[in-house]
Design a protein. Sequence first.
Length: 157
Amino acid sequence: MKILVGLVAVVPMILLGSAAPSRAQSTADEIELVRSIVQTGRKVVVAKNMQLTDAESEAFWPVYNEFETAIRAVNDKRVKILSELARDFDTLSDEQAVDLLQRSFKFQQERVKVRKSFIRKFKKVLSGKRLTRFYQIDGKIDTMIDFDIARTVPLVN
């Protein structure tokens, strides 16, 4: 997972503009590039750690791609929240801060809901142990990203 650690470190920096100090905001293209890199790194980590047979791979990857599409839609909300925080950080009102907090909780709930909704689909193509292993790997990757965002995003004043 060392590969991914370096990749996820870039995400919050891009969102908060610290990777490009000459600009306060990063462009949507930069954010998409970083997300693409992280998604590719994530897929490599999953592939390496799942150790699937050819037959398992053939069944697993279409479900995984569907899962990633659903998770990406939820993660779009997180990107928007972090982008708004970065944009308004110095002028954030109490109302804006509470709104961002509530949206952050909603994002977390939606992420769990998507993860739970795919258990049945993954169970059709993976054994119980492989299913659990996938969710452990995915959870660890999310935890690393969450940690890096928490480490990088400053506390609201």
